[in-house]
Design a protein around this ligand. Structure first.
Ligand code: SAH
Ligand code: MG
Length: 201
C-alpha cells in the first residue's frame, strides 16, 4: 500500500473537515486488529475511505472490508482513493443508506466499525450483533460525542444523537452476553465483545 498517498488523502480530509478517525483512536484500533487478524471487516460510514484503508493493512490473507456510505461525492472520492493507495481489491464500497443496506447483508464479520449517523447507533448495534462472528469485536466511534454524552446538559440541538448514543452505551453495558470498555480516545470509542461461552451446569 502506498503510505505517501494515504498521508496526502488524510491531510486533504482534515483540511476539508471530514471527520476521519483520530490518531489516538486509530492507535487503539491498530492494536486490536494486530491481535484479531480479521478476515472480514464491516464499516458503517466510509467518508473518503481513510479508516478503511488504514484497517486494510491488518486483514488476513484474502480478507475483505465492506464499507457503507450514502454521500455520492464521498463515494466517488473514496473509490478514487482506494485505487491511488493500491488497496481497491480489499475494499468493497456499498453505496446507499446503512439503514437499508444492513438488513440485506448476510454472513459474519470479525470486526464491525460503527462510524455514521449517531441517531442510528442503537439500530446499527442490533444489526452488528446479528452479524458478529463469535470472537468478533464491535467498535463504535464518537460514542462520547464531544463530552455531551456524559454531561447532564441536555438542551443542545444534538439531543437526539446524545439520547441514542446513551441508549447504545446502556445496551452494550447491560447485556449479560457482552463485555464493553469505553475509552476516552478521540471522540470516545466503545469496544464490545461477546462473553466467552461457558458450559451451563
Ligand atoms: N470512517 C471514516 C469517517 C466516516 S464520517 C474515517 O474514519 O475515515 C461518517 C460518514 O458516514 C459520512 O461520510 C456520512 O456521509 C456517512 N453516513 C452517515 N449516516 C449514514 C447512513 N445512515 N448510511 C450511510 N452512510 C452514512
Ligand atoms: Mg468517527
Amino acid at each position: 500500500m502506498n503510505k505517501q498517498e494515504l498521508e496526502i488523502i488524510k491531510q486533504k480530509a482534515l483540511e476539508e473537515h471530514i471527520p476521519i478517525i483520530m490518531d489516538d483512536t486509530l492507535e487503539v484500533v491498530d492494536k486490536i486488529l494486530v491481535d484479531l487478524k480479521p478476515n472480514k471487516i464491516l464499516e458503517i460510514g466510509t467518508a473518503v475511505g481513510y479508516s478503511a484503508m488504514c484497517f486494510s493493512e491488518y486483514l488476513s490473507e484474502n480478507g475483505m472490508i465492506d464499507t457503507i456510505e450514502r454521500d455520492e461525492e464521498r463515494i466517488k472520492e473514496a473509490k478514487e482513493n482506494i485505487v491511488k493507495v493500491g488497496v481497491a481489491e480489499k475494499i468493497n464500497i456499498l453505496e446507499g443508506d446503512a439503514v437499508e443496506i444492513l438488513p440485506t447483508l448476510q454472513g459474519t464479520y470479525d470486526m464491525i466499525f460503527i462510524d455514521a449517523a449517531k441517531g442510528k447507533y442503537p439500530f446499527f448495534l442490533k444489526e452488528a450483533l446479528r452479524m458478529l462472528s463469535p470472537n468478533g469485536i464491535i467498535l463504535a466511534d464518537n460514542i462520547l460525542y464531544k463530552g455531551y454524552v456524559m454531561s447532564d446538559y441536555n438542551k443542545h440541538k444534538q439531543r437526539t444523537a446524545v439520547r441514542n448514543l446513551r441508549e447504545y452505551i446502556y445496551e452494550v453495558t447491560n447485556d449479560p452476553n457482552l463485555e464493553t470498555e469505553i475509552l476516552e480516545v478521540g471522540d470516545g470509542l466503545a469496544i464490545t465483545k461477546k462473553c466467552p461461552v461457558r458450559d451451563v451446569f
